[in-house]
Design a protein around this ligand. Structure first.
Ligand code: FES
Ligand SMILES: [Fe+2]
Length: 335
């Protein structure tokens, strides 16, 4: 495998020979054992999150609006105070309940647009701040009453490439499902080439938690670039905490790159069904150094970044929603 890896690094782009038609690829359903996926999900759910929830992208902080979202039925706002610190708290104005997510930030203070009550991030008039954390890519908020776990000082942030040598993109979508459905989708690597043939081909799961190694799924897969042109990589999937699945590229172009999928429960919709935000951060690294990094690396990293494309998103959310629909009506075959 090592020689294979070296070859891949020298020639990041490959011309796919002996392309196999979609219906002629090897079925993966025998390997994708429901109990294996369920076991990995259960272990993920048992790991501590410290009650931290991903709110959104760091780059959305610092403007003249707070980052506002309902997390597990609670309205939360996050913004940067006058000293540049990330502050958070309830999104309901303590005066008469205005939605603070629609209020402007002025000189680091969140100024309620109904009657001008001004919050600087500290406790005020019954408004109590919540712990917040900006990891440079994502913004997290800690909700102890919702999580019910032992609180941690900081969230469990996955290992990432150094920002100066990385391209970062954050995508967000919403589905009718629970966080575990999003996590279960990502802990099923076997669906890749079958369900997303427009993005992935030649997928082989080379290690699972049943193997001797870590609690991870390792996958050899090629990202489609155009026609028969592909970028072969090895990707390793782990779940460092209950609502996060991380894909690390460990061989091939963009070694060290990560795609983090975070699931944040939003609360029920009008019909009482659960809604979950999927917030995905792509932190793509390249060995190609220097000012031209973005230009030099972008064409090769684009397939990776495109793993967060609209079509993949739509399909994976449909998978998660389907899983929830079956689960909630006692029809899920993997149960
Ligand atoms: S509702 Fe916010 S100041 Fe009155
Ligand atoms: Fe998928």
């Amino acid at each position: 495998m090592a020689g294979d890896g070296r070859r891949r690094r020298r020639l990041p782009l490959s011309l796919r020979r002996n392309a196999v038609a979609w219906e002629r690829q090897r079925p993966t359903w025998r390997d994708a054992k429901p109990a294996l996926i369920a076991g990995a999900l259960k272990r993920a759910q048992a790991r501590p999150s410290g009650n931290w929830y991903v709110m959104g992208a760091s780059r959305d902080l610092g403007g003249d609006r707070p980052l506002g979202r309902t997390v597990a039925g609670q309205e939360v706002v996050v913004w940067r105070d006058a000293d540049g610190r990330t502050v958070a708290g309830p999104g309901v104005c303590p005066h008469l309940g205005a939605p603070l997510r629609d209020s402007p930030v002025r000189c680091g203070a969140l100024v309620c647009h109904w009657h001008g009550l001004s919050l600087n991030g500290g406790p005020f008039a019954g408004w109590e701040p919540l712990p917040a954390h900006d990891d440079g890519v994502l913004v997290w908020v800690r909700l102890d009453a919702v999580g019910g776990e032992e609180p941690l000082d900081a969230p469990v942030v996955p290992r990432r490439p150094v920002p100066a040598r990385a391209l970062t993109a954050v995508y967000a979508g919403t589905g009718v499902c629970e966080p575990e459905d999003v996590v279960a989708n990502r802990l099923d690597p076997w669906h890749g080439a079958w369900f997303h043939p427009y993005s992935f081909v030649d997928l082989t799961v080379v290690d699972t938690p049943e193997g001797a190694g870590e609690d991870a799924f390792a996958v050899d897969v090629s990202f489609k670039v155009a026609g028969r042109l592909v970028v072969p990589v090895r990707a390793v999937f782990t779940a460092p905490e209950p609502r996060t699945v991380v894909m690390h590229i460990t061989e091939g172009e963009g070694v060290g790159s990560v795609v983090e999928t975070h699931a944040t429960p939003l609360g029920p919709d009008a019909s009482g069904r659960p809604r979950t935000a999927v917030i995905e951060a792509v932190v793509a690294a390249s060995d190609r150094r220097g000012f031209a990094l973005a230009r030099a690396a972008a064409p090769l990293l684009r397939p990776l970044v495109r793993t967060a494309s609209a079509r993949l998103w739509r399909d994976d959310l449909a998978y998660a929603e389907r899983r929830w629909a079956l689960r909630s009506t006692g029809r899920f075959p993997g149960a």
